[in-house]
Write a protein that binds this ligand. Sequence first.
Ligand SMILES: Cc1ncc(COP(=O)(O)O)c(C=O)c1O
Length: 394
Amino acid sequence: MRVSARAERIEPFYVMEVAKAASALAREVANTDRPMIFLNIGEPDFTAPPLVQEAAMRAVRSGATHYTHAVGLDALRGRISDWYAQRFGVDVPARRIVVTAGASAALQLACLALIEAGDEMLLPDPSYPCNRHFVSAAEGKAVLVPTTAAERFQLSAAKVEAAWTDKTRGVLLASPSNPTGTSIAPDELRRIHEVVTKRGGITLIDEIYLGLSYDDAFGQTALAIDDDVISINSFSKYFNMTGWRLGWLVVPEALVPVIERLAQNLFICASTVSQYAALACFEPESIAEYERRRAEFKARRDWFIPQLNALGLTVPVVPDGAFYAWADCSSLARKLGIDGSWDFAFEAMKRAHVAVTPGRDFGTAETANYVRFSTASSMAHLQEAIERLKVLAA
Ligand SMILES: Cc1ncc(COP(=O)(O)O)c(C=O)c1O
């Protein structure tokens, strides 16, 4: 069957091959003294806290399961607006918030609303692979701009300026980033947005990990800069609700009817049960639990990164958010007689029973030297993984 050029342009998700191999091997070693430790998973090991679970069950039992407005429940948009005020001290009116089926749907809506066929969007290399595929799906072209550790693996205003062409429509950033867990410094972000605005472009920023921020110097929303910044967010990471498929985006007021029209047609609405459940995320008891978990993620980072460095799996920039460690494995790979992070990932999986994600999907610049570890796993698992990697590296 002939498939569309649009579908052909979406590159395969290579990490899924590694994930599949890890799952197959995991079954074989499940009953040994070294079952697989999955440090390749990009989702919290926690699940939704009790009040959220109860709210979901109440919604189901009371039959609150019909479609909502395409932009989401007014009550939920209001709670998200309050969260911006309380946590970030930023006024984001509820009417600018559109609730979606995860950040993934929010990114699709933003790209479909703003990108014409042939438009180019600048993204950092490395970055979350689906973000460039959302651009492609809207028939735009994602232009990956190589970044360095000194730039925290993020774009700078100077690089945006240098990469800008007649075809450039804007930037698609992520802060904190997947796979690096590093953020753009607020002043640099302001300068990037100035460069973009001067050229009549758009600033899209994926803030899905913003809630999981560990450093006051970075943990501010880009919405504080300008009402024209488009921010994408989600209940998946900080709120521990990956499978509930719920997120949102904040857009300039004039764009709300456009996004609403697209959302009505493409999705009708986000999951109603999840929306009612998410109202309970903002109860003081839930927020207290989320903050406890954020502290746990930070403690894992603080323990795990120095351990990786000591093993020669160098993490050049300490992540200020999310739950990833982007580690240069090239020297350890050489020591093991293998070449690059793809083979290193298979070696770690087969010999240490530790699953990690090779850099390949995240870009092309230096990604063959890097692997991504996820610290969304218990401290006991992280400690055991380090012990096994020590043996591998010995
Ligand atoms: C940077 C980034 N953006 C978006 C997503 C998609 O998240 P969601 O579950 O909200 O669709 C992910 C998921 O891992 C991500 O890492």
